[in-house]
Design a protein around this ligand. Structure first.
Ligand code: UN1
Length: 508
């Protein structure tokens, strides 16, 4: 299926694809894995994975390239990313379809993911001329005090299946203009998208005379991620995935005093106030909770409804969910709104959550089952819940939405914040006071807080990430680039005396 598209992207269907950067791609040493289409369980293609020694060779290579790349003027580094962005524009449809085939997200979301990479390239090109340092007021005469930002070294990037390339681009585009080569380990569930993107990045880099700036290896299981976490050759490792994964990786990185940038689980909430525009709220809730079959880090999982509107809004939501359920299907087909979960293990985790909901006193309002057809399809699910149900505090990576009722905004915010994760949040209200209270220091404790916009679908221009168990990292826009550089504070004395700071005297 779609063999022409795969061929155009350099993916082979007759023989294994090598999950390694060129030129090491000629020598794959590890076990073979298959990439499955979650909509039908069929094999898309096979991938030969990297061994530890393949990995060691490519990190050494990234280290060698760093010695030259760090001295290239940042706008020259930006030029490489500009060309990469142009190459992505040419492949947007093909790559978008491959994202859809491997992840199961619908085509508009697959192409949206490629657009997110393109946006990230554009941002990074501008950034390549804006890696500003500050000049500070100096207390000593004839001195200048300033800071400058310097490249850090090869950066490790661990990405998850749900955004198999956009999250890499958040890291890779910024790291590259900052002067850092990139070593990428994609999710073993989505190796083909990674291989296709890696090939484009390599071609662009080679044409510009910068082979080796982008490195990639596919490895099955958790071990391949631990190689990076414990590798002192990688001063920064940026990791996206579950809180459990982040906890383990962060400890390994901390043990070697490395830097980690974590984007971990979310358990995102949205508050609908009495004054809210309910038409807007309904659309936002449906997209945030059922879009990508609930498999975004930013997916909406907890909905807080003001008691005065809860009944009628829940009825409208049930109707909307019935409509979505009619439009579950092959994610590459027109008109489909929801594709499958990534694999059978995800279906099982969802069904386990559904039985926990029953045991804990929750009421399934609609959905809750897997579909009787091939592929990992499930129904979008609404649950009448209470905040004391332990399952509502967990992130189940599936389209389950918990509904709660509240009387006062204070109570809603308190319950909203009473989970360990802190990624994305939203309020729907037409009252300025309520919106501002949600954004105040006593409001949402998440890294992302929106007003009259759902929890998912952030633009790249802002810094992306969250606090508490979400890990504290910030990626993509704003000043997230600072994590990819080292800050150097410099003082220059252009006088003839040597005054000491703080008035200290030391005459010899
Ligand atoms: C993720 O799920 O890890 O804000 C990233 C969003 C997307 C990125 C999600 N732009 O939903």
């Amino acid at each position: 299926m779609f063999s022409e598209v795969l061929e155009r992207l350099g993916i082979q269907t007759g023989q294994p694809n090598f999950g390694l950067s060129a030129p090491l791609r000629e020598k794959p040493g590890g076990e073979e894995i298959v990439s499955l289409n979650p909509a039908n369980g069929e094999t898309i293609a096979r991938v030969a994975t990297a061994t530890r020694s393949d990995y060691d060779a490519l990190v050494d290579r990234a280290g060698d390239v760093f010695l030259r790349w760090r001295s290239a003027p940042p706008p020259e580094r930006g030029e490489l990313i500009r060309r990469f962005g142009l190459a992505l524009r040419e492949r947007k449809q093909d790559l978008g379809l491959l994202v859809t085939l491997e992840t199961g997200k619908i085509l508009t979301e697959g192409e949206g993911e490629v657009q997110e990479m393109i946006d990230m390239c554009d941002f990074a090109v501008g950034l390549s001329r804006q890696l500003y340092g500050l000049t500070m007021a100096c207390e000593r005469p004839d001195h200048r005090l300033f800071e400058q930002w310097r490249p850090l070294g090869p950066v490790g990037v661990l990405t998850a299946f749900n955004f198999p390339v956009a999250v890499w681009a958040w890291n890779a585009a910024v790291a590259a203009v900052c002067g850092d080569p990139v070593v990428w380990k994609p999710s073993p569930h989505t190796p083909l998208t990674a291989i296709a993107v890696q090939k484009i990045a390599e071609q662009v880099a080679a044409a510009a005379g910068w082979e080796g700036v982008f490195q990639m290896y596919v490895a099955p299981g958790h071990e391949g991620g631990q190689w990076m976490a414990s590798d002192p050759r990688l001063p920064l490792v940026s990791a996206t995935g579950s809180c459990e994964m982040g906890r383990s990786v962060a400890q390994q990185i901390a043990a070697r005093l490395g830097r980690s940038l974590l984007e971990l689980g979310g358990n995102n909430g949205l508050i609908v106030c009495e004054s809210a525009n309910l038409d807007l709220s309904l659309r936002a809730v449906a997209f945030a909770a059922a879009g990508a079959a609930g498999q975004r880090c930013t997916s909406l999982r907890r909905l807080f409804l003001h008691r005065s509107i809860a009944g009628p809004f829940t009825e409208r939501l049930k109707k909307a969910y019935a409509g979505i359920s009619q439009r579950i299907g092959n994610p590459w087909e027109d008109g489909v709104l929801m594709g499958p979960l990534i694999n059978e293990a995800s279906v099982e985790r969802m069904l386990a959550a559904v039985s926990a909901i029953g045991e804990q006193g929750g009421q399934i309002l609609c959905g809750g089952k897997r579909l009787n057809r091939p592929g990992s399809f499930v129904e979008p699910t609404l649950v009448q819940a209470t905040c004391d149900m332990p399952i509502t505090r967990e992130e189940t990576f599936a389209p389950i939405l918990y509904l709660f009722e509240f009387d006062t905004l204070e109570e809603a915010i308190e319950q909203h914040n009473a989970v360990s994760q802190g990624l994305s949040s939203a309020i729907f209200t037409d009252r300025l006071q309520e919106a501002e209270r949600f954004l105040s220091p006593a409001g949402s404790d998440c890294g992302i807080a929106n007003v009259n916009i759902g929890t998912s679908g952030a633009e790249i221009g802002g810094a992306f990430g969250g606090d508490k168990d979400t890990g504290g990292g910030r990626e993509a826009g704003s000043d997230a680039w600072k994590a990819y550089m080292r800050r150097q504070t410099c003082t220059v004395n252009y006088g003839d005396a040597l005054p000491l700071a703080q008035g200290v005297k030391f005459e010899i």
